[in-house]
Design a protein around this ligand. Structure first.
Ligand code: HPA
Ligand code: ZN
Length: 327
């Protein structure tokens, strides 16, 4: 209807989407064929009636990492980036900050430069052919060691043209922000901007968010909606204008609740919340579907839907002169 057309027409920025989470079963099949290798079991299952079988973060990650096996050459990484950016462009997304997980590739023998040259070529091609702008945020895998993260940061130093910040993802249980304090301190010194996943309803969500803000000094938080449990933290995040990148469809898959109420409450309290897709190939929703979910299932107004996108451009890491062209 009319509201659907309004949402589709909004110029959008996406700040929380994992490139490896954009690997659709169709693309995985094409790459497996090209690389003359069998389709990983976790992808094979996706095309059966039961589809992807996951219900929380841990069971999702158990499917997500094995599927990446099909990514072998720089061309594969370029095609993955172009595949997502084509879909984003169709949804009127103008600017994207894309997470990627280099350690998920280097740990299985794919060289760091292969990953980066591929992704960089994909981003350049999308800019050239579609006019959509994108940058990379390199995530460290928090269930791996701080030493491996530091070595990965050193690998990234020659790629500052395309990597603008660093993040932290994978399994949060027992892997608090503090574990990576030294790595993030060095990343800051090197000029990278900082964000971190503080996933939905983790054991120590509020504690982890406090560490991310106070000990790490993050510029943004990915998910982070559990701050609603702590009024002081909400006020701090609001004052510091720290953006929260929320993902309603992802929330509804890995927990039983899409957190629409919390997201809207935070928006109305003046926190810079944004709406994003997280792993669209797995959770089956690109950015528009995430906005539709909030639109159909809460009392959000059109003005507030515009505010989500204003927030996204405002807390994005576009340089200020480029940002002003979108706002
Ligand atoms: N949380 C943690 N790690 C991830 C996610 C997520 O939502 N998506 C991809 N890696
Ligand atoms: Zn994520």
């Amino acid at each position: 209807d009319d509201l659907e057309a309004f949402i589709k027409g909004l110029p959008k920025a996406e700040l929380h989407v994992h490139l490896e989470g954009c690997l659709t079963p169709q693309l995985a099949k094409r790459l497996a064929k090209r690389n003359d290798m069998p389709l990983p079991d976790s992808v094979k299952k996706a095309s059966t009636a039961e589809g992807f079988a996951f219900h929380d973060l841990t069971s999702f990650l158990a499917i997500y990492y094995p599927a990446m096996e099909v990514l072998q050459t720089a061309e594969d990484f370029a095609d993955l980036a172009m595949d997502y950016l084509t879909k984003a462009h169709q949804q009127n997304v103008r600017y994207v900050e894309l997470f990627f997980d280099p350690q998920a590739h280097t740990s299985r023998g794919v060289p760091f430069p292969t990953v980066l040259n591929g992704y960089r070529n994909g981003l350049l091609k999308a800019q050239r052919e579609l006019g959509i702008s994108a940058s990379l945020i390199m995530c460290f895998l928090r269930d791996m060691s701080a030493e491996f993260a530091m070595a990965t940061l050193m690998d990234a130093l020659p790629y500052k043209d395309v990597i603008i910040g660093v993040g932290l993802d994978s399994d949060e249980r027992g892997n608090p922000p503090r574990k990576f304090a030294k790595v993030f301190g060095r990343a800051r010194q090197e000029g990278f901007l900082l964000t971190m996943h503080c996933d939905i309803d983790q054991q120590d969500s509020v504690k982890h968010i406090r560490q991310a803000v106070h000990d790490i000094g993050v510029d943004r938080i990915d998910h982070g909606t559990n701050i609603v449990e702590d009024a002081e933290l909400v006020e701090l995040v609001r004052q510091k204008a720290i953006g929260l990148t929320c993902c309603p469809v992802s929330n509804s898959v890995v927990t039983s609740d899409f957190k629409g109420k919390e997201i809207l409450q935070l928006l109305r309290q003046g926190v810079r919340v944004t709406l994003n897709s997280d792993d669209p190939a797995y959770f089956r929703g690109y950015v528009n579907e995430n906005i539709f979910k909030v639109a159909w299932e809460t009392d959000v107004t059109r003005k507030e839907l515009v505010q989500f996108q204003r927030n996204a451009f405002a807390v994005s890491w576009l340089s200020s002169w480029r940002r002003d062209r979108y706002l």
